[in-house]
Design a protein around this ligand. Structure first.
Ligand SMILES: Cc1cc2nc3c(=O)[nH]c(=O)nc-3n(C[C@H](O)[C@H](O)[C@H](O)COP(=O)(O)O)c2cc1C
Length: 206
């Protein structure tokens, strides 16, 4: 079928995301509905994907946390254009989001860090993400060191740990069904901040 273009002035595709996210969790019982892949373009110009966990989404965008010295953070600093992907196998649904990533405020990251379990806080201190560790023993030693250092103390957020928000520019919602019909709805942010919508139905062979 041909594309069916129309503009829905008040519509925000975050509503559709919210519906599918809710259903992935409560209707289709995905094991980890908040797991998403994020692809960045690195300094070597290669795209690189890895999984992260979505910790919050708002009308503004999608928030995840990481090490600001990691490959993904370095890539984002150079090129903030990213692609995130949710793949929910139980329902045959997939969502792609093109967006622009930026750091959230330090206060927001601190507030979230304070809510994390003690073990995760220690790990944030001990882990040098994207850097090879000589051995498991070295990593365990680092964990012990920080456990000793913070014994009976509040654990502050490390300077290099924090969140990114991905502000969406384009959404693609895909739904495959077993009859081989694939629904593809896409939304693009326009200059006036309204979203244009495009719907396609494709007959696909898996
Ligand atoms: C299911 C899953 C969830 C993950 N969640 C996160 C996360 O929320 N934040 C994070 O920094 N790394 C997370 N990781 C580890 C990353 O995939 C990645 O290995 C690490 O962040 C280093 O990536 P980079 O070197 O490309 O920056 C997760 C891995 C898996 C398999």
């Amino acid at each position: 079928m041909g594309p069916n273009k129309n503009i829905e002035a008040d519509y925000n595709p975050m509503q559709q995301f919210q519906k599918w996210f809710y259903e992935a969790d409560n209707l289709y019982h995905e094991r980890e509905p908040n797991a998403m892949s994020i692809t960045t373009i690195g300094i070597d110009n290669y795209p690189k994907s890895r999984m992260v966990l979505l910790k919050k989404y708002t009308w503004e965008g999608f928030v995840f946390y990481t090490n600001y010295k990691s490959d993904k953070a370095i890539a984002i600093n150079i090129n903030p254009k990213v692609n995130i992907l949710f793949n929910w196998g139980n329902s045959g649904r997939m969502i792609q989001v093109y967006g622009i990533a930026s750091k959230i405020t330090r206060t927001e990251s601190e507030n979230y860090f304070d809510l994390r379990p003690r073990g995760s806080k220690i790990s944030a201190w001990a882990s040098q993400q994207s850097k090879p560790v000589a051995s498991r023993i070295v990593l365990e030693k680092q964990l012990e060191t920080y456990e000793r250092q913070f014994k009976n103390k509040e654990i502050p957020k490390p300077e290099y740990w924090g969140g990114f928000i991905v502000k969406p520019k384009e959404f693609h919602f895909f739904e495959a069904n077993f009859g081989g019909i694939r629904l593809h709805e896409s939304y693009r942010l326009q200059e006036d901040y309204s979203w244009s919508k495009n719907t396609e139905l494709n007959l696909t062979i898996h």
